[in-house]
Design a protein around this ligand. Structure first.
Ligand code: HEM
Length: 193
């Protein structure tokens, strides 16, 4: 069944969940590779064509993640969500809710801050979506001395993965705890419905 019910996640939610997870798994190493290639280029021994290809892949995948997260969020708001499994204590419910809200917030802030970092960049650097190399700027290009420059948004973008790593670890540990210690099927219902 496509839609969620009060007991089960529907196919749309489950597909979006695992598709976004897989795309983030690709996006993180792509980000680090891109920054390394850019630093090597700036240091005079890199390949500018490689920087552009990695940037194109990173931008495109990041925009797709943003679109899918917005779809996932609107689908969630317009559909019933299954109850959290079993008799959880009040603090456990609270931690679960906070973790889920934080994950959504990060998944929106992550691509937006990367987009802003590239928009504010004070050189001539394309913003790609697939072959389109002229995506509009999210924020104005920084002028010399402006505090709202590429470094600021780049720092926010970097902080996202540091905070995200902690929240993701919490999220994955909770899923495994539910599945293998409490045995309440929380993980398998996100897989099989
Ligand atoms: C959920 C989506 C995204 C994830 C998970 C992600 C992840 C990353 C990671 C891990 C890095 C390396 C950070 C570091 O060196 O510490 C990075 C760098 C970067 N990303 Fe993303 N990114 C996303 C979306 C985007 C988008 C949509 C854009 C632009 C349209 C973008 C532009 C950049 C830029 C410009 C950098 C270099 C920042 C700097 O070093 O100042 N990112 N990204």
């Amino acid at each position: 069944m496509l839609r969620n019910t009060p007991e089960h996640w529907g196919l749309i939610t489950r597909s979006l969940h695992w598709l976004i997870a897989a795309m983030i798994l690709v996006q993180l190493p792509l980000g680090f590779l891109m920054v390394d290639a850019y630093d090597a280029w700036q240091a005079g021994h890199g390949d500018p064509a490689l920087v552009m290809r990695l940037s194109q892949a990173h931008n495109t995948n990041g925009f797709l993640i943003l679109i899918l997260v917005m779809l996932r969020l609107s689908w969630r708001l317009g559909n019933p969500s299954p109850e959290l499994p079993g008799a959880l204590l009040a603090w456990q419910r609270f931690v679960a809710r906070v973790t889920h809200i934080a994950l959504y917030a990060l998944l929106i802030l992550f691509p937006l801050s990367g987009w802003a970092a590239l928009s504010a960049y004070d050189g001539d650097f394309p913003i790609y979506f697939f072959a389109w190399d002229n995506v509009f700027r999210l924020v104005p290009q920084a002028t010399p001395g402006s505090p709202f420059n590429s470094d600021l948004y780049g720092e926010i973008h970097e902080t996202c993965w540091k905070i995200g790593a902690v929240i993701l670890l919490l999220h994955i540990s909770a899923a495994l705890w539910h599945e293998y210690i409490r045995r309440d099927g929380a993980l398998s219902r996100m897989w099989r419905g």
